[in-house]
Every structure is written in C-alpha cells, then in structure tokens.
Design a protein around this ligand. Structure first.
Ligand SMILES: Cn1ncc2ncnc(NCCc3cnc(NC(=O)Nc4cccc(C(F)(F)F)c4)s3)c21
Length: 301
C-alpha cells in the first residue's frame, strides 16, 4: 500500500543479512524488516560514487518509474531512504537469484522453460510500454520527486526503453521460478562484470541503435528476440567475442544463424523478432499468441 512508500525508513528498521550480489555502485543484501519480519533485498549505494558519476538524476528517475510499477514479472521497489553517506533501495527479494546463474548452470534452457520466460517478459514489456503512456500523464508532483518522468518531453522518455535494452543483464527469478525484470538504473549500462563479455549491452542493441538512428519501443522486441535465442542457444546471436566491431557488423547485417537443435516454431519466433526494420518485428501482442509461446502456456495452466 502507499503507506510503505510514504513512511520514513531507516537502517535501524532492518536486520541486514548476507550479500546477494554486487553491481557497479554498491552491494545488495538480504534484509528483514524488524516489525513485520518481511524479507527484502536492500541495495546500498554510496552517495559519493553517485555524485562522482553524475547519476543522481537517473536514480531519482528510476525510483520515480519503479515506484509506480506493479507487475508480477517486474521487481518491486518498495521505497528508499538515505543517511549521510548512502542511499538505500528497498527492493522485492527474488529468492531464486540471477537468471544468468541458472542459464550458465544448464547452458541452455529447455524450450518449455524458455517459452514461459519469453511469455512473462513479453507480458511485462507490454505493461511497461503501456505505462510509458500513463507516465506521460503523471500529474506534476505526483511522484516522490518533483522532477518526475512526466516533466521529460516525450522524445526523451524513450530513455526508459534504453533501461530495458540490457534487461537480459538484469533478470532475476522469483520464489515460484517466475522471471523478474530488475535494475532499471543506468548503473547497469556501465561495463558489466555480470557477463563474460566486457559490456553485455552490446549484444542486445538493435541495428537502429547500433547505427545511432531514431528508435522506439520496437527496440525491446529486438531484445526479446536476442533473449529468446540466448535462452535456447546459451550465447547471444551476434556475439563476436574477439571484437566489438564484428559484433556491430553482425547486428547491422542481422547475420543470424539458428542452430538445428532449435525447434522450427522457436526459430520462427526468433526470426520474426530479429527483423532489421523495426516495423517488421512482431508486436508484443503477436508474441503472446505465437504458437511456440502459446503451446507451453496451455501445459502451464
Ligand atoms: C542479486 N539478487 N539476488 C536476489 C535478489 N533480489 C532482489 N534484488 C537483487 N539484486 C538487486 C537488483 C536491483 C534492482 N534494482 C536495482 N536498481 C539499481 O541498482 N539502481 C541503481 C544503482 C546505481 C546507480 C543507479 C543510477 F543512479 F545510475 F541510476 C541506479 S538493482 C537480487
């Protein structure tokens, strides 16, 4: 309820436990709110580092965006607080941790598991794209910070899509094995140690962004295709571990080779998402009714 986000939290409200992971700007810890016993993830950021990297505004925007999002496949940001040196993000705890650890452990996901994750991702992206429209209407001052997203001219609101650009770097898994998109902060745009490649974001960039052209939410459909490929093949489709230039070239040429072990339906979905022209890519609604995605939803029900 809104009470959670309004009340003043402090570190004394929590018992802090083991470290869950570390990002560029700080660490995440398991924590329990003392009164309710509620378990959360507490991300601790150092103000000095945020100021030095000039990302305070981005953090405000992230808090503003995330505090209005409610979707089972988007990690909740319950609130935040700060003290003299640090900013603390009170986050939903994703009990099964980082998606990449699961993928690396099994190398490739079975097609039914990959289809479940793609369905959940498409559903979350559809929600986010709709929210962007609503975000344009957030009444001034309606958010925690005055400079809420709504003050940004629509053209720059595409910034939020970029947050999703490397969502693959920031997928977590909830207690019931459900996918959770996390970490909308730019912090993850920095070279990310989480993946073997120096800067994971490259693998997920669509041709229009690689070529610095205008882009819109169709970038997320491209990324969804890259994610689906990586779930089924264990590596992203255009990766060239030796050089960024070659990865760029392969993306711009859509140099896509789908291995024979990938089913025809899965290959069909990937091919229809990894289209050079943004308007040719499947829409999120079409992804949600694609035979490969739907086939496994029946089994789930
Ligand atoms: C690893 N792990 N395992 C279980 C688990 N459960 C929950 N969470 C985890 N990890 C944290 C995931 C995050 C969610 N939101 C984030 N947000 C952020 O880090 N924002 C942020 C940081 C620094 C700078 C900026 C700025 F200013 F550039 F915008 C923005 S991090 C978990």
């Amino acid at each position: 309820n809104s009470k959670e986000t309004e009340r003043r939290w402090s570190l004394d409200d929590f018992d802090v436990g083991r470290a869950l992971g570390k990002g560029k700007f700080g660490r995440v810890y398991l924590a329990r709110e003392k009164k309710s016993g509620y378990v959360v993830a507490l991300k601790i950021l150092f103000k000095a580092e945020l100021i030095e990297a000039k990302v305070e505004k981005q953090l405000r925007r992230e808090i503003e965006i995330q505090s209005h999002l409610r979707h089972p496949n988007i990690l909740r940001l319950y609130g935040y607080f700060y003290d003299a040196k640090r900013v603390y993000l009170i986050l939903e705890y994703a009990a099964q941790g980082e998606m990449y650890k699961h993928l690396r452990k099994v190398e490739t996901f079975a097609e039914d598991l990959a289809a479940k994750y793609i369905y959940q991702m498409a559903d979350a992206l559809r929600y986010l794209h709709k929210k962007h429209v609503i975000h344009r209407d957030i009444k001034p001052g309606g958010g925690i910070f005055q400079n809420s997203l709504s003050f940004i001219p629509p053209s720059r609101q595409l910034f939020v899509y970029k947050y999703l650009q490397n969502f693959a770097e920031n997928l977590l898994v909830g207690i019931k094995g459900e996918l959770k998109i996390a970490d909308f902060g730019w912090s993850v745009h920095a070279p990310n140690t989480r993946r073997k490649t120096m800067c994971g974001t490259l693998d997920y960039l669509p041709p229009e962004m690689v070529e610095g052209k205008e882009h819109n939410e169709a970038v997320d459909l491209w990324s969804l295709g890259v994610l689906c490929y990586e779930f089924l093949c264990g590596v992203p489709p255009f990766e060239d571990r030796s050089s960024y230039k070659n990865t760029y070239r392969r993306i711009a040429k859509v140099d896509l080779k789908i291995p024979s072990h990938v089913s025809r339906e899965a290959g069909d979905l990937i091919t229809k998402l990894l289209q050079y022209q943004p308007e040719k890519r499947l829409s999120l609604d079409q992804v949600l009714v694609h035979p490969w995605v739907v086939k496994y939803q029946m089994e789930q029900q």
